[in-house]
Write a protein that binds this ligand. Structure first.
Ligand code: LLP
Length: 454
């Protein structure tokens, strides 16, 4: 798995796996035909040749399936649950439209993400905006657009929203972000629910209660409920169960102290995904049960009405829907040490390996039916030695010109991409039912200089 320090990987060895055996980390439409990897009914080798590499490939069927799984397994237990896709994981205009068509909501983390929602004509009442330092301009954009809900992260912005809403003659629905004090089982950098966190209001020092009381008192602000997000790439559902206990106990405190009813409880995102074959994340089905039944049971325990609920998945919607295709440009064998397979991308299109020591499975798309008989390191083309895409990757015997497919790159790769070394960002194609279309074209050198005033 990727970002969890608790799951050390055994030394890599060649394995007998072919693309067929990697099905669990690949998009659901992946198959092998004539030795090639096909996704969404499209030959990825032909696609790489035609569209060029590096290339992000997104399988629409997998994205829609994952969204439907969330809708299905949360509403199975309670009818009133919003599935709020976290746009930070992967956002393009085509993606926004898919979210809309699947009747889901959209979580925006910045004015830029909100701009995508607006440009795509996404129903703005289904937009929720969060962030620990929304600028006054971003708040104005939210209010002017009439976004559905704003997740409030600090007192300054609470006052600002109130003043701006009053100025505009509006009432803005808000959720108060609470830090439940739960240390989720994940990487430190992406753990957000613990007490010492830059996000939200802590419970123990009374800050969360103060935020709720102020939200109840301020004009222009409609206190709708509570929000939490305990981290990302979480495997153990007990972290969610524990946090829910804390949150519902707080709902009761709110009722006892202020008489106010929490209408909405948003438990955030964070469900882990399978990056490596040995990873065993929990299913969306189990997540839905733990979250929704957990809230229901805790509410019953405290004599509270069950609130509307929201979940905010990002990674688990898109990670396994995506792959990155690269072309092998050079192979360097250092006898007795390792073999570097250099590809035409790297840390500019996937920073997660260098940043989190993330691990990915890879295969040669044009040799997809052969076993991965060697272990190599897939290196990028950037000028630093940490620029590695997959360290110690079992792979089919590679040759220059081969198309390498790195699996499960649909989340937080494009969205965290950069132009380091003035590398142009890859294009993004969506595949579906045997055809493909550009969602985002490959950047050009002119794009690189578009904002440079000379
Ligand atoms: N809701 C909130 C408030 C969040 O901050 C996040 C992610 C999500 C939902 C979605 O979480 P997910 O379901 O994707 O785990 N760059 C890191 C991940 C950072 C996640 C930040 N917040 C990575 O590449 O692993």
């Amino acid at each position: 798995m990727s970002a969890r320090p608790s799951a050390p990987r055994p030394p890599a060895e060649p394995d007998q796996r072919t693309a067929a055996d990697l099905a669990a980390v690949l998009p659901m439409t992946a198959e092998v035909r004539d030795g090639h990897l096909w996704i969404g009914g499209v030959d990825t080798v032909a696609l790489a040749r035609e569209a060029g590499t590096a290339l992000y490939v997104m399988d629409e069927a997998t994205i829609r399936h994952q969204l439907r799984e969330y809708v299905r397994w949360t509403r199975y237990h309670w009818p009133d649950v919003d599935v709020v896709y976290a746009g930070k994981a992967f956002l393009t205009l085509a993606m926004v439209r898919i979210i809309e068509e699947e009747d889901c909501c959209l979580l925006c983390a910045s004015g830029g993400e909100l701009a995508y929602a607006l440009r795509a004509g996404f129903p703005v009442e289904r937009v929720q905006v969060h962030g620990n330092n929304k600028t006054p301009q971003e708040l104005a954009e939210c209010l002017d657009a009439r976004v559905g809900r704003i997740v409030v992260d600090n007192f300054v912005e609470l006052e600002r929203i109130s003043a701006m809403a009053v100025e505009r003659g509006l009432t803005q629905k808000v959720l108060i972000r609470v830090t439940p004090g739960i240390a989720a089982d994940t990487h430190d950098f992406i753990m957000t629910g613990a007490e010492d966190s830059k996000f939200g209001f802590g419970l123990n020092q009374g800050l969360a209660m103060e935020a709720v009381e102020r939200a109840l008192a301020l004009p222009g602000v409609d206190f709708d409920g509570l929000h939490m997000h305990i981290g990302s790439q979480i495997f153990a559902l007990k972290s969610f169960a524990k946090a829910i206990e804390v949150m519902v106990a707080f709902m009761r405190e709110i009722r006892d102290r202020t008489g106010a009813v929490v209408q909405m409880l948003d438990v955030g995102g964070g469900l882990g995904v399978k990056y490596g074959v040995p990873d065993e994340p929990s299913s969306i089905k189990d997540f839905g049960k733990v979250v929704v039944d957990g809230i229901k049971e805790e509410c019953e325990k405290h004599g509270l009405a069950v609130p509307r609920m929201a979940v905010e998945p990002g990674r688990s919607i898109v990670a396994n829907a995506g792959v990155t295709l690269y072309t092998v440009g050079a192979i360097k064998e250092i006898p007795g040490i390792r073999t570097y397979v250099a590809v035409d991308g790297g840390m500019s299109d996937n920073i997660r390996t260098s940043l989190y020591d993330a691990h990915y499975e890879a295969l040669v798309a044009n040799k997809a039916d052969r076993p991965r008989s060697v272990v190599v390191t897939i290196a990028g083309k950037h000028c630093e030695s940490g620029d590695v895409v997959v360290r110690d990757a079992p792979l089919q015997e590679p040759e220059v010109g081969d198309v390498v497919c790195v699996c499960a790159t649909g989340a937080y790769c494009y969205s965290m991409s950069s132009n380091y070394n003035k590398q142009v960002r890859p294009g993004i194609v969506f595949v579906r039912d045997g055809s493909w279309r550009w969602s985002v074209r490959r950047e050009t050198y002119d794009d690189l200089m578009a904002t440079d005033l000379g």
